[in-house]
Design a protein around this ligand. Structure first.
Ligand code: CA
Length: 747
């Protein structure tokens, strides 16, 4: 190693720090290429929001130009198979910071709050001497951790004259355009950093997130009529899950008059535009900005309105106009991102930093630019599953290379750590892409050949159902838990994903293989649907019952609560008289929901369905639908029940829990579902602690001597008759009486 001068001293200091902090750091730092490097490389991570690959030159855009982002492709590597783990803003960021899938980092849906005490890559970089900064869109609710400096947008932030949250928690409003301000602040921070230490800069743009408000310098850059519409703009959602039709993210149906389409005043054509959300950006503008805005938009708006008033436009023409307006605005926002990527690259050049700085451009997920008739993201279809990823690292990454290695956003953290010579914590689920970067895009022999995807934000804006799935190089299988339905796509013959072939006999073997792969990925990534809280709020009756029960629970003075599925709900049906007789005088609440599995009860508890009630006792009966619907592994179901018990203990420590065995079902003792429930029971019995949690097995109360179930007790051999409820009540009354919840029966 030939090193001299102050740089060599810095390097050796660095090496000592890295070795002390990280047991494996020495090997990485001692790579031969590093002998030329005065310091571990700086990392500039430029990240935007909702930037689709279809709108990046380097990915073959037919609709816009991104010369400065493309510069990274010319000087570095483009990832053609780059995917997100959960296609939505906050969750994607949490995956990136932690290197873990959503169900383990805990940020599963927008609106969750990121647990900043977790291990993240910025913290680990900070510990080995990196200066770390986070500027722009954060969107994780809690304050950033692991950064020497941060200045972030509140929530989504604004395009015009945005507020930024300061490190002391205060908010500061800046006059100007958000994308340019994020560029300014990023360069300011670089300018004022300690030049003797390596740095991590996360420069994260709000753009091009909805409601797409371009800077005046980009007005008219992509004028109406200039952007070709995608082939699938008028998708009718046939030949795929019926759930697609429930979406509320179509250009035709769901664009707002003010917010999206930038009209002023009351909605003149509610049959064509959604009323409600005004253009909040306009309201933030200065008089001068408003004048510029109106000078561009108003003539176009008036021209359209004149045609609409004259009845001159077909439904199809209106949808196409909306798509054009959307593209003008969206692509205009991207133009400003591209400008600011250029400013940072120029700065690195000017300061002689380009050589030893790895620059990454990415975006939190892809986006629909009219494909399938949509805007927004969320679905596991290609346009939103894919993430742009371009990497420049002079001397390590060959210029003008592309790779087909499958990568995911959980890989970023391990990559940054390995780049810095820091050991990757075993809990991180991603894998460093450094070997791909170093080898001109070749993937190691044992590289992944499939990725796992999961979307959890049910019953939320845009109405995309919860789903997860697996994608291999050629195929994609998606699973929808609500309808317990698979969709399968052959991306070679159907790249636009217009026809699911899950029921095509020619694909039966492929589907079986993909399902096996899906189960394997569940194991690999520790995904247990039975223990991941899930709402059924997208089903009207369920949502209505949930609302009604919450209303009841507000009183907050319940002594006894029953938690479960249809068997518990049946206390309101076949069990009504028995309930009146035994629990009529007790303040008891029935939180049984037909069809619920452990994950749904878990959702109800975590979302505080019990209200302020801290009952003296809770009777839990859950799990038979995990068996009946899905035949889940008993270990998984038991883990779901355990999570329920733990959650209830945490929420209401005073509540004594009477945990019941999952009731027997099926005709005979060797019924597979009966056997599965027996296995679950063997496991959940161990949750009893003899104090706060008591376990009771009532099976014998429902079984004949030969192990069969009489229809007198369970008419369908699953749900109880009045006699069944009588036996259930008799079984639990002694315990509830002992606990003082129920008064002893008169002698
Ligand atoms: Ca996003």
């Amino acid at each position: 190693m030939l090193l001299s001068g102050p740089n060599s001293l810095r390097f050796y200091l660095w090496l000592v720090i890295a070795l002390v902090v990280s047991p494996t750091a020495g090997t990485a730092v001692a790579q031969p290429t590093d002998s030329k490097r005065p310091q571990p490389p700086n990392i500039v991570f430029i990240f935007s929001d909702d930037h689709a690959l279809q709108a990046i030159g380097a990915y073959g855009s037919q609709i816009n130009q991104t010369p400065r982002i493309d510069q990274l492709a010319k000087q570095g590597m483009v990832f053609d198979r780059s995917y997100c783990a959960n296609s939505i803003c906050g969750p994607s960021r949490a995956c990136i910071l932690t290197g873990k899938h959503s169900h383990l980092n805990g940020f599963m849906r927008n609106g969750d709050s990121f647990d900043g005490s977790q291990v993240t890559f910025p913290k680990l970089l900070q510990q080995v001497g990196y200066q770390t900064a986070m500027i722009g869109k954060w969107h994780l609710e809690s304050a950033p951790t692991g950064f020497d400096h941060w200045e972030i947008l509140p929530g989504q932030g604004h395009y015009y004259n945005p507020d930024f949250i300061q490190m002391d928690g205060s908010r500061k409003r800046y006059e100007g355009y958000c994308t340019d301000l994020v560029g300014d602040f990023s360069i300011d921070w670089l300018e004022n950093r300690d030049p003797d230490r390596p740095f991590l800069l996360m420069s994260q743009h709000k753009a091009p997130h909805r409601n797409w408000s371009p800077h005046p310098r980009h007005f008219g850059k992509y004028p109406l009529g200039s952007v070709p519409a995608p082939d699938t703009l008028f998708d009718d959602y046939a030949n795929r899950s019926e759930l697609l039709k429930e979406n509320e993210m179509s250009i035709k149906e769901h664009f707002h008059w003010g917010h999206d389409m930038k009209f002023h005043g009351p909605n003149e054509f509610p049959q064509h535009f959604v009323s409600g959300i005004p253009n909040g950006e306009y309201n933030r503008m200065t008089a001068e900005q408003k004048a510029q805005w109106d000078a561009y938009y108003e003539p176009e708006n008036e021209a359209l309105l004149a045609k609409l008033r004259a009845g001159e436009m077909s439904e199809e023409a209106i949808t196409k106009w909306k798509h054009q307006r959307y593209m003008h605005d969206y692509l205009g926002c991207i133009a400003a991102v591209d400008d600011n990527v250029g400013r940072l690259l120029d700065y690195l050049d000017d300061k002689g930093l380009a050589e030893n700085t790895i620059v990454i451009y990415g975006s939190d997920q892809g986006f629909y630019l009219g494909e399938h008739g949509w805007y927004d993201k969320r679905w596991m279809f290609e346009e939103s599953l894919r993430m742009p990823l371009l990497v420049r690292w002079p001397g390590v990454v060959e210029a003008e290379t592309r790779t087909g290695a499958m990568v995911q956003n959980i890989d970023y953290a391990p990559t940054f750590l390995e780049v810095a010579g820091v050991a990757v914590p075993v809990e991180m689920q991603g894998r460093s892409i450094l070997p791909v970067l170093r080898s001109g895009g070749e993937k190691p022999a044992d590289w992944r050949d499939a990725i796992y995807y999961a979307y959890y934000e049910n019953d939320a804006v845009h109405m995309v159902p919860m789903h997860d799935g697996v994608r291999t190089e050629r195929y994609k299988a998606m699973y929808f838990p609500r309808t317990r339905e698979w969709n399968l796509f052959d991306l070679e013959t159907d790249p636009q994903e217009m026809r699911s072939v899950h029921a095509d006999p020619a694909y039966a073997e492929i589907l079986r293989e993909l399902q096996a792969r899906y189960r394997q990925l569940h194991r690999q990534y520790d995904v247990n649907p039975a223990a991941i809280a899930a709402t059924r709020g997208d089903e009207a009756w369920w949502k209505q019952r949930d609302r009604a029960k919450r209303e009841l629970a507000k009183a907050g003075d319940f002594d006894l609560v029953f938690l479960g599925d249809s068997i518990t709900q049946g206390w309101e049906g076949a069990g009504k008289e028995v309930w009146e007789q035994h629990f009529g005088s007790v303040k008891a609440l029935n939180l049984g929901f037909g069809g619920d599995r452990t994950e749904h009860l878990l959702w109800r508890l975590t979302r505080n369905q019990m209200g302020p009630s801290r009952p003296r006792a809770a009777v839990i009966l859950i799990g038979t639908n995990n068996t009946g619907h899905l035949m889940q592994d008993p270990d998984k179901i038991a883990a779901g029940v355990k999570e329920i018990v733990t959650t209830l203990r945490r929420k209401s420590p005073r509540t004594k829990i009477l945990l019941l065995s999952v009731f027997p079902r099926g005709t005979s003792a060797d019924d597979p579902m009966r056997l599965n429930n027996d296995e679950v029971n063997a496991r959940i019995a161990k949750l009893a602690d003899g104090e706060a949690v008591v376990y009771q097995d009532l099976s014998d109360a429902f079984l004949e001597a030969d192990g069969t179930i009489s229809t007198k007790v369970m008419p369908d051999r699953l749900h109880l008759s009045a006699e069944g409820y009588r036996r259930w009540a008799s079984g639990i009354l002694p315990t509830l009486t002992e606990w003082g919840v129920v008064q002893p029966a008169a002698e």
